[in-house]
Design a protein around this ligand. Structure first.
Ligand SMILES: Nc1ncnc2c1ncn2[C@@H]1O[C@H](COP(=O)(O)OP(=O)(O)OP(=O)(O)O)[C@@H](O)[C@H]1O
Ligand SMILES: [Mg+2]
Length: 299
């Protein structure tokens, strides 16, 4: 549904995207996980024909995006990273005015707007102006606005950044419901739990490159063990020594990590060494990123 080969983009001497390949299947929820500046939004913008690639090929639903951006755009629904709603218009008007850009007849636009408001539980806000809407509600509105042209491919650039936990859960649930309808969904995030929850497959990115691609399970299974003991301290060297019975630890910044196979584990020596923050937890996508880059996703 989305294929790319050698896709690249530089802004001056900032190489935002450095030659990436993609092969996203119909009906898949595909994620891009990476820290600030990794190049996630630039990839999305190239796919929705907002930014022209410097090099490479890019197809959406069999259409060459570089040669035929308008035709490609008609197949795409876009939820950009920033909420670019019209603040003077009401919730419903934001949907119907947006529908005009796609040449959707008025009657159909109004019907779709009402269905989408219902889908996102925003019906009671339909006549409220954007100024009076909370950030979370604005985000939900932008999300359904991306569906007004009944796209085959939906692009979600950080759909839940800034949402409270309950609103995030609600948006996740809606995304899963769209997947069940057969939509292909591309999603960027720097939340590893979001990627793990929603994505069939994902690419972990850093500095314009894809480091690794796979299912969340396969990526986590590629780690040395299923569980991690994680400690944070001012004195990582001391923590490493105190935890030597767990095997060879790895230090990244103020964090020390031991991959452990499971079974009984004694954390006492580490606690006794004065490390207040130490815990055992399942290995996750953050660990995959850490192993590949030596930094955490938040940086
Ligand atoms: N229009 C632009 N002009 C100049 N530099 C840009 C432009 N757009 C992006 N960049 C730079 O390209 C790099 C990648 O940016 P991009 O927005 O794609 O990252 P991102 O992974 O989406 O980050 P974030 O998580 O912060 O949204 C960054 O260094 C950014 O500063
Ligand atoms: Mg971005």
């Amino acid at each position: 549904m989305v294929t790319a080969c050698g896709l690249s983009k530089a802004f001056g001497d900032v190489h935002a995207v450095r030659g990436i390949d993609l092969d996203i299947r119909p009906g898949e929820v595909y994620g891009f996980l990476g820290p600030n500046g990794a190049g996630k939004s630039t990839i999305m913008k190239m796919i929705y024909a907002m930014v022209r690639p410097d090099a490479g090929t890019l197809d959406v639903a069999g259409i060459d995006v570089i040669a035929e951006p308008r035709r490609a755009k008609a197949r795409l629904g876009v939820v950009p990273q920033d909420n670019n709603l019209d603040p003077d218009l009401t919730v419903r008007q934001n949907l119907t005015v947006y529908a005009r850009y796609y040449g959707i007849p008025k009657k159909i636009a109004h019907r779709r707007a009402d269905e989408l408001l219902e889908f996102m539980q925003l019906t009671e806000k339909r006549d409220v102006v954007i100024y009076d809407l909370s950030g979370g509600m604005q985000r939900r509105l932008v999300l359904i606005r991306g569906l007004i042209n009944e796209p085959q491919v939906l692009i979600l650039d950080e759909p839940t950044t800034g949402l409270d936990p309950q609103a995030r859960q609600h948006v996740w649930q809606r995304i899963r419901s769209l997947k069940r309808r057969g939509l292909t969904i591309l999603i960027t995030t720097h939340y590893m739990d979001e990627a793990a929850h929603l994505c069939d497959r994902l690419s972990i990115m850093d500095r314009g490159r894809i480091l690794v691609t796979g299912t969340p399970r396969d990526l986590i299974d590629s780690l040395p063990a299923a569980e991690v003991v994680e400690a944070h301290t001012d004195n990582p060297e001391q923590a490493l020594r105190a935890g030597s019975h767990l095997g060879e630890g790895e230090q990244y910044g103020d964090g020390v990590y031991w991959f452990v196979a499971g079974g009984a584990i004694d954390l006492d020596p580490i606690v006794k060494a004065g490390v207040a923050q130490v815990a055992r937890r399942p290995a996750n996508l953050e660990d995959v990123f850490l192993q590949l880059t030596g930094r955490d996703l938040g940086e």
